[in-house]
Write a protein that binds this ligand. Structure first.
Ligand code: ATP
Length: 350
């Protein structure tokens, strides 16, 4: 697959503030990428730099093998991008059809009409074309915004927190729906979000940003199960680190006994490590020789999150179906079920 978006070693400053630091990543034709990270890490700045609303200080950006920033700068309207914003940004005095038509007024009237009908069908709003934005729900308005962004057939779709004005249930359905629309039409898209569930539901590739630096750009599965550093491991999902020692190419000795699993190559026997324990990997079992005391618990409906103290004094989390009811202060047997062992050097900053 050809690269549709290539971001190559870009830097962005606001006066002396270094907002984006040497960031590189690529998206292939038809792939969906999500930039994920805490508030202020530079997600929107990166998206706006790709759109052409911000000038970059170094590096280059190419869309469909045409350089749009770097040695030469192409203005936003000539970059063949579509944009969807958090607040929908629809024109309130125009109908749904007129909003969608806005980006394709160069087409003949009949052609325009056909395209609008087709887009209304795509976003499942057939029959709503003559309504005004205020007559639609938030989710419907965002689908109109998507149809408008897709109308000129951009090569790249950019979405900035598109679901954050919607309630939780609608976010989930809309992110699944929008992923399907984009995949059916093989549209390449890059989305900004600070919501991990949204990023995982939408993306083929996730980029974890922290303080303007791209920490990892990889599949959701890899980012979750094989985080490249403690920053990514702590930001994505829940989990706590305990001390361990590598005892063979596939085993680590720790307060939970000998854990087996894939280990990165660079760890040789006797290496001291910090080992990530994910809560869903900690299983309760009365017959286990390894015990822990329950420090606290949080009821989450289908699951309960327990904080446990091991005999080493270290704490871990355990997420189990909520029929596993235990009292605070109780001692339980546990073991760890895992495929990939996530370890970092013992002196790594957690
Ligand atoms: P959020 O999730 O809160 O939207 P973000 O990850 O999108 O955050 P950005 O909006 O890209 O972060 O901002 C990155 C950093 O750059 C922040 O520290 C912000 O204060 C700073 N910044 C953003 N825009 C400007 C600007 N126009 N002038 C100066 N500093 C800015």
């Amino acid at each position: 697959m050809p690269e549709l978006l290539k971001v190559n070693e870009i830097d962005k400053f606001y006066d002396n503030f270094h907002a984006v630091k040497n960031v590189s990543f690529t998206l292939e034709q038809g792939e969906i990428g999500c930039l994920l990270g805490p508030s202020g890490c530079g997600k929107t700045t990166l998206l706006r730099s790709i759109a052409g609303f911000e000038d970059i200080a170094a590096g280059s950006i190419s869309i469909a093998e045409r350089q749009v920033a770097g040695n030469k700068t192409v203005p936003p309207e000539k970059r063949s991008i579509g944009m969807v914003f958090q607040d929908y940004a629809l024109f309130p005095h125009l109908t749904v059809k007129e909003n969608i038509a806005f980006g394709i007024d160069s087409l003949l009237k009949k052609e325009q009409g056909n395209r609008i009908e087709e887009l209304l069908q795509t976003v499942e709003l057939l029959g709503e074309g003559d309504k005004y934005p205020h007559e639609l729900s938030g989710g419907q308005q965002q689908r109109v915004a998507l149809a408008r962004a897709l109308a000129p057939e951009p090569k790249l779709l950019l979405m900035d927190e598109p679901f954050s004005n919607l309630d939780v249930a609608l976010r989930e359905t809309l992110s699944t729906e929008i992923r399907k629309i984009l995949k059916d039409r093989s549209i390449t898209a890059l989305m900004v979000t600070h919501n991990q569930n949204e990023a995982f539901a939408m993306a083929d590739k996730v980029g974890i940003l922290s303080s303007g630096t791209m920490q990892q750009w990889d599949t959701p599965h890899a980012v979750y199960h094989r985080p490249v550093n403690p920053v990514v491991a702590s930001f994505v999902g829940e989990g706590m680190f305990i001390k361990g020692e590598v005892t063979s190419q596939s085993t680590v000795e720790c307060a939970l006994g000998t854990l087996s699993g894939e280990l990165p190559q660079e760890y040789s026997p006797n290496s001291k490590v910090n080992l990530l324990i994910r809560p869903e990997d900690v299983v309760h079992h009365d017959d286990s020789p390894y015990g822990a005391n329950i420090i606290s618990k949080t009821f989450r409906g289908p699951t309960i999150l327990y904080t446990l103290e091991l005999d080493s004094g270290e704490q871990i989390l355990s997420l189990v179906p909520s029929h596993h009811q235990h009292a605070i202060g109780q001692r339980i047997g546990i073991y760890q079920e895992v495929e990939d062992l996530v370890v970092f050097p013992a002196d790594s900053c957690l």
